[in-house]
Design a binder for this molecule. Sequence first.
Ligand SMILES: [Mg+2]
Length: 332
Amino acid sequence: MADVPLPEKELIERIRKLSGMTMPGVKLGIGDDCAILEPPRGHELLVTTDFSLECTHFRREWHPPEAVGHRCLARGLSDIAAMGGEPIAAFLSLALPKRLSQSWVDGFLRGFLALARRHRVALAGGDVSEAEQILADVMVVGSAPKGTVIRRSGAKPGDIIYVTGSLGGAAAGLKEVSRGTFRVSRKNKNVILSAAKTLYSSAKSAAKKHLYPEPRLAIGRWLREHKLATAMIDISDGLSTDLAHICEGSDVGAVLNQMLLPIAPGASIVQALHGGEDYELLFTARTKARVPIEIASVLVTEIGWITRRRDIQITDLKSKPKRLEAKGWRYF
Ligand SMILES: [Mg+2]
């Protein structure tokens, strides 16, 4: 087959064939005017939508098509995870440049559908159109038992702040990816071989964290089922910005303990505080709550506490706490 994009009708047919999965909760997927969803009895629906735009959220020269497909679905799934929800279906609207190769589109769909399959989410509809640059609009529909959803607004003074996994990895990875190489930089040429190997592997794991972030659905579900979290958000914009969202939503402030931050290998403290797209979960729980140190095989770290005073401060417990501005990462 020639490597030019397929005409609209054939592309939709191809997407339908590739996505061909039946999932509970989806009575009718691609192929009619609307999809028919049937959420479990007693559940309420969660809906989230995210744009992924070329040059704003990704670059064709930096990001393989599989990673672009993976990331644009991961963003929506992470939002469902952040409320403790179960994903049901995804909807994908794609606008593609005329000259884009069909192999790029196929790679994109491979990345998108591999993640969808892993989390048992059906691609149940969408649209295709033409644009100057690639544009993917992804909507994810999920559900949770009525009244059990974890919002941003439940944090109370005295609550402990927790984060899953590690922070700053995606920002460090973006740096590696934008360099176009995972090789050790020339600056480090003189380091001994074993050190070079470590640098190489931390650069590689950071790049992976940026290209293929893992939405924390199992942790969100666990926290909802165990009623442990008082407020929750996913870290898409960066710890400083997303913690500010919890504080605004709950009308409280926070103190972060700098010494406790789980900084990803290869990342700096600035990247851990302000780097976006880690898609970890940030949540609060009562002091008395028994939060395990690991949920669904992912580390959970206590990083601070909620205060009555409405600003965010950071402390190393030795010097006076400093004010932490929300300087989350916004696109490139
Ligand atoms: Mg979010």
